[in-house]
Design a protein around this ligand. Structure first.
Ligand code: NAP
Length: 344
């Protein structure tokens, strides 16, 4: 059966990879973007796009905005949501578009009888914002600590996913909901923009960090993340949330990987601040950082994070590429897109 799939936030880093895969599978794709549809040549020039991709203008905060794009779709992949850490007004800039946008898309899907499944791009931000080093986090875990003042991006993602599950419970629509909860998504970008996660790799390679901090993150390749969305569409029994994270890396591993993979001429952090004293110094210095970067450092430094990826492997059959390769590809890509200068 040929699927017709709506992908919201088509201009985004993850969405573009989803669209590339959907087109390769012969699906008809209806993408939503914020600007004029002709402003995205990297999408309209994808193989198959000429006949199989249609772009519609829609905004998360405009009521009824997604109705037209959803017409005739069997699946909706809702990826659109602001992915920014530091904003002026967290309610206006993060929480409102995340929650209202999710509810709008679900309401439009309910009005469209052809829709059988909605795949929502949530995040591990909805799992925790203060990892407990002593245990492996799984899909039962919910972030209960974020707020408008504390990690507001995490708060927005948590509240949006909660709102989606509450909508399903209350409205009992004729479609099912599956959430994909990726960790730090990395790898090459199909568009010219700089995604927040790859922006962090750019910062590490540009001397922004004073030293190596005791921080670690889960990583996953962007193509695996896109594949997780496709599998969530194709697997009728898929249900609930799926953590999508291949492996955790410490900042020390990340810096070592980049240094030994041909990027040693970049100003990678050298000073090791990952011991107790360094962590104490970084806690103090975190107050000099942009507000939400500071909060993120204070809630994550000195803690290791472990995510279970058993459910997504067992139920959706997802396999993961080595994230080290994805990170090196991301670094090469940052240079190709001129987000980093070329160096020998
Ligand atoms: P991205 O490249 O910044 O894409 C975000 C998309 O959302 C863009 O298409 C953006 O449109 C759209 N958007 C933002 N505000 C909007 C609004 N008011 N109305 C309509 N569209 C709006 O980020 P991404 O990494 O692909 O993220 C996609 C999703 O994955 C997000 O829900 C994010 O929270 C989630 N996620 C990302 C990561 C990661 O590491 N990248 C990890 C976990 C979860 P414009 O292009 O017009 O700005």
């Amino acid at each position: 059966m040929q699927h017709t799939v709506c992908v919201t936030g088509a201009s985004g880093y993850i969405a573009a990879h989803i669209i590339l895969k959907l087109l390769a599978a012969g699906c008809l794709v209806r993408g939503t973007v914020r600007k004029s549809p002709d402003a995205y040549p990297f999408l309209s020039n994808m193989p198959g796009a000429g006949t199989h991709l249609q772009l519609f203008t829609a905004d998360l905060l405009t009521e009824g905005s997604f109705n037209k794009a959803l017409q005739g779709c069997s699946t909706v992949m809702h990826t659109a949501s602001p992915y920014v850490i530091n904003v002026k007004n967290p309610q206006r800039d993060l929480v409102d578009p995340a929650i209202k946008g999710t509810l709008q898309v679900l309401a439009s899907a309910m009005k469209t009888p052809s829709v059988r499944r909605v795949v929502l791009t949530s995040s591990v931000a909805a799992i925790t914002d203060e990892p407990d080093s002593s245990r492996v986090l799984n899909e039962e875990d919910w972030n209960t600590r974020s707020s408008l003042k504390r990690n507001p991006y995490h708060f927005a993602k948590t509240m949006a996913e909660r709102a989606a599950w509450e909508f399903m419970e209350k409205e009992k629509p004729g479609f099912s909901l599956v959430c994909i909860n990726p960790s730090m998504v990395t790898g090459p970008s199909l568009g010219p923009g700089l995604n927040t996660t790859n922006g962090m790799i750019r910062d590490i390679m540009s001397g922004v960090y004073p030293g190596i901090m005791d921080l670690n993150w889960g990583f996953v390749d962007v193509r695996d993340t896109a594949e997780a969305h496709i599998l969530a569409m194709q697997t009728p029994e898929a249900s609930g949330r799926y953590i999508c994270s291949a492996k955790e890396l410490h900042m020390r591993d990340l810096v070592h990987l980049l240094r030994s993979s041909g990027f040693s001429s970049y100003p990678l952090p050298k000073l090791d601040l990952s011991g107790r004293a360094g962590t104490a110094v970084m806690r103090v210095l975190s107050w000099t950082q942009p507000k939400n970067t500071g909060t993120f450092i204070r809630t994550h430094i000195g803690r290791s994070v472990h995510y279970s990826n058993a459910k997504i492997q067992q139920e959706l059959g997802l396999t993961f590429k080595p994230v080290e390769e994805s990170i090196v590809e991301a670094a090469e890509d940052l240079i190709r897109h001129a987000h980093l200068p070329k160096k020998n």
